[in-house]
Design a protein around this ligand. Structure first.
Ligand code: NOJ
Length: 534
């Protein structure tokens, strides 16, 4: 593990996200599992990542593929048993790596015993564990809040004659985090896993967890247009990002801090100035409020450079940055920017200041896989047909080799693989110096060996046309990163610095070891890391 004095593992390390359904199937049922992940730990160690975050593995009716949990302290039989989990955790630790679990505290499954009790009668002791409200006098929902997955956020319960709120599916009722019993129950869940030795949590939809006490209507979104998800019709001013959330996050942090060096990561889609408030007023909030800027920005050198500057400038003192290039909810980077630029993106992700999170498969240039309409499984895609919102294309099985089903399963995979994966797989790429996998592995190794990349300062150099350039600096080491974010050859000639150095690492390995002086001709889609001579 890359250890720096004064930096914790989640600051100096690299996180790798596994979507467990799709990583490795060990028993031929077509769905990935915990033993499958165990079998692939050698690969992750070879790749050089420090920590693995695994999306939900708990018992769940799978209405939202595990983000609808019916037992927070169990393991879904599809993924294995608690014994499998313990073995996985041990093996991860034995390799000097860390294991981060997904915590989904905003909502449970509608099949969770808490909700079954809560919905059983109006005076059940757990009634107030969820958000129950009377209908308006005309029988309509208590307010205009929408579900992220389409339609109203309110579901009528015939039996008890009230509505309950669900920010996502109706099968995912929101917990009432104003209720101290709910808080304690979820903190106990955290302790259960922390006691086992889990190294931290990625907290699902952290900014959703508390809603306006008066349940005021959300205002219309002036930027809405019909090709957007219906949820975008309103600005969620009263259903998300409420001031009281910070108290809750601080309490979660206290639970985490009772253990040694555990991490609290928040999934938060908010503009930068709101996002950084989740570090907490005294850095007592989330350690890493996920920074999703690279998922959403247009792929444009100037826009990215200025957003990086804005982010760096907005971080509170002591707040540690982080970067994400892909996850199980967004189109894959190689589909979004193209395969050639995905290499530049890899260099960007692994040379910016702050903890990088990699999404499985991006390291072998996996692209979104077209899923025929009758095979769509994601509820977000099914509920809003025609808007192209299914997340299945970015969740397809990991491609390990060019055998049938790419070595993912001996059975029928739960989601189809692309028709031809003869080049896009681990086995083909692992010894090919020009392959994406080699680029990722070399970038990771360099980041691990160069304190300037791991924890050094970030200094912008320039952003003009398609070129973005910046320095990473640690003591006497200065590394210059120059990225051509376009498909044409271009020049880089810094006006404000003396340029002399050696190419340490390049998207085109042939460039490595070459001297550069005064100016650089950048090939199309090229990225260089240059060690400057002082
Ligand atoms: C965010 C998760 O990343 C996503 O996959 C899920 O559907 C929603 N939260 C609801 O839990």
């Amino acid at each position: 593990m890359a250890a720096d004095k004064n930096y914790l593992w989640w600051q100096s390390g690299i996180i790798y996200q596994i979507y467990p359904r799709s990583f490795q199937d060990s028993n031929g049922d077509g769905v990935g599992d915990l033993q499958g992940i165990r079998q692939r730990l050698d690969y992750l160690q070879w790749l050089g990542v420090d920590a693995v975050w695994v999306s939900p593995i708990y018992p769940s009716p799978m209405a939202d593929f595990g983000y609808d949990i019916s037992d927070y302290t169990g393991i879904h039989p599809l993924f294995g048993t608690m014994a499998d989990f313990d073995e996985l955790l041990q093996d991860v630790h034995r390799r000097g790596m860390k294991l981060i679990l997904d915590l989904v505290p905003n909502h449970t499954s509608d099949q969770h015993p808490w909700f079954l009790e809560s919905r059983s009668s109006k005076n059940n002791p757990k009634r107030d564990w969820y958000i129950w409200e009377d209908a308006k006098p005309d029988g309509s929902a208590p307010n205009n809040w929408l579900s992220v997955f389409g339609g109203s956020g309110w579901e009528w319960d015939e039996q008890t004659g009230q509505f309950y709120y669900h920010a996502f599916l109706k099968e995912q009722p929101d917990l009432n985090w104003r209720n101290p019993e709910v808080q304690q129950a979820m903190f106990d869940v955290m302790r259960f896993w922390l006691d086992k030795g889990v190294d931290g949590f990625r907290v699902d939809v952290m900014w959703h967890m508390i809603k306006d006490k008066q349940l005021r209507d959300n205002p219309p979104n002036p930027d809405y247009s019909p090709e957007m998800a219906t949820y975008e019709k309103l600005t969620p001013a009263f259903s998300t990002d409420q001031p009281e959330i910070h108290d809750i996050v601080q309490k979660m942090r206290q639970v985490t801090d009772a253990y040694n060096e555990r991490v609290l990561i928040g999934e938060i889609y908010l503009p930068i100035h709101r996002l950084v408030t989740y570090y907490g007023p005294d850095n007592n909030g989330a350690h890493l409020p996920f920074n999703f800027m690279l998922l959403n920005l247009p792929w444009n050198a100037r826009q990215i450079a200025s957003a990086v500057d804005e982010y760096e400038g907005a971080l509170p003192e002591g707040g540690w940055p982080n970067w994400v290039l892909g996850n199980h909810d967004k189109p894959r980077i190689a589909s979004r920017v193209g395969r050639a630029q995905a290499r530049v993106a890899a260099m960007l992700l692994l040379t910016l200041r702050g903890t990088p999170t990699l999404y499985y498969g991006d390291e072998i240039e996996m692209t979104d896989v077209a899923i025929p309409a009758d095979e769509i499984q994601d509820p977000q895609g099914l509920n809003m047909p025609g808007l192209n919102l299914s997340r299945d294309p970015a969740r397809t099985p990991m491609q390990w080799n060019d055998a049938e089903n790419a070595g993912f399963t001996t059975g029928t995979p739960w989601l189809r693989l692309p028709p031809n994966n003869s080049r896009i797989n681990v086995e083909k790429q692992k010894d090919d110096p020009h392959a994406m996998l080699s680029l990722y592995r070399r970038l990771i190794a360099l980041r691990r060996s160069e304190p300037a990349l791991r924890t050094g300062d970030y200094l912008p150099v320039m952003a003009e046309g398609n070129v973005m350039a910046y320095l990473r600096k640690h003591e006497d080491t200065k590394l210059l990163i120059v990225l051509n974010m376009g498909h044409q050859t271009c020049y880089f000639k810094p006006g404000n610095m003396h340029l002399q150095g050696t190419v340490l690492l390049a998207t085109d390995p042939e460039r490595e070891g070459k001297l550069v002086q005064e100016q650089i001709i950048l090939q199309a889609d090229e990225g260089l890391i240059i060690r400057l001579q002082l």
